[in-house]
Design a protein. Structure first.
Length: 277
């Protein structure tokens, strides 16, 4: 029986390690790729020994081809890719650097689009795994993007990040439609990633569950989207937001509803209406 192979492109701070562990624990061969040698060295102490590593750029055609080639040379094939774009440093519309902005767009939007192209070409060159007939007919490969919550909701100081992460959602949606005929599914996970401590308190005040997503929770979601159980899911953004998308509370509305003495029911309704509008 063949063993599926999953490539993790970009490790982030904690998420990539967790994703590598989860896929390895569930029977996948795993290759982890990142341009940063120090980050790879750290990951080696946090993942199983059977995970292999590749250092190289992940936003050029050549760099991506080398990463997938490393997977094929190491394990004979490639079946899934989990892509974790970098989180950009804080900036605003009035102070962002054009050079930094251009590099961020190249790495995120162009890089992820090229990843779809190179991955699809590799899938076309290989035989299907001789495992589960019906399930393998439903999917030949999967790509999952792991994005920050700024892909769908911005905050002050996240100008470049919001644009770059949101752009990857467009790549995901277009790629899902383009690659469906090849039985390649493309999805995204949108979550407040562990490396976003700078907005953690801001997020917790606006999240009904009162915390950010854990790396292992993001890894579980990645594993699900790559599994046959998700065979009819493509072009979707799975939100790990702790209920944030359903909450209408803001700091202003909470302040308006905070009274030293209980208000009359009429007053409460009036203030609540103001806060929601």
């Amino acid at each position: 029986m063949g063993v599926p192979v999953t490539a993790i492109l970009g490790l982030g701070r904690e998420v990539g390690d967790a994703v590598a562990r989860r896929f390895s624990e569930t029977g996948h061969h795993v290759i982890a790729a990142d341009p940063n040698a120090e980050r790879l060295a750290t990951a080696k102490n946090a993942v199983p020994d059977d995970v292999i590593f590749h250092q190289g750029e992940l936003y050029t055609h050549l760099g991506l081809r080398n990463a997938f080639t490393a997977a094929i040379e190491g394990f004979g094939r490639i079946d899934n890719a989990v892509i974790i774009p970098e989180i950009e440093e804080p900036d605003t519309v009035t102070d962002f650097s054009q050079d930094k902005f251009d590099k961020a767009i190249a790495k995120s939007i162009r890089g992820t689009a090229l990843a779809l192209k190179v991955f699809a070409a590799r899938i076309a060159e290989q035989e299907d795994l001789p495992t589960v007939g019906v399930e393998r007919l439903r999917q030949k490969g999967t790509i999952t993007f792991v994005l920050s919550y700024s892909a769908i909701a911005s905050m002050p100081g996240q100008f470049t990040e919001t644009i770059s992460q949101g752009g990857v959602l467009g790549v995901m949606r277009a790629g899902a439609v383009e690659l469906a005929s090849l039985s390649i599914r493309v999805n995204a996970i949108v979550a407040v990633r562990p490396s976003e401590e700078r907005i953690q308190s801001w997020t917790m005040r606006r999240t009904p569950l009162g915390r950010t997503a854990q790396a292992d929770e993001i890894a579980d979601a990645c594993r699900f989207l790559a599994s046959p159980e998700a065979a009819f899911i493509t072009g979707e953004a799975l939100r790990l937001g702790g209920g944030a998308s359903q909450a209408c509370w803001t700091e202003r509305s909470q302040a308006l509803l905070r009274f030293d003495t209980p208000p009359s029911s009429g007053t409460a309704v009036k203030v609540a209406t103001r806060s929601i509008v």
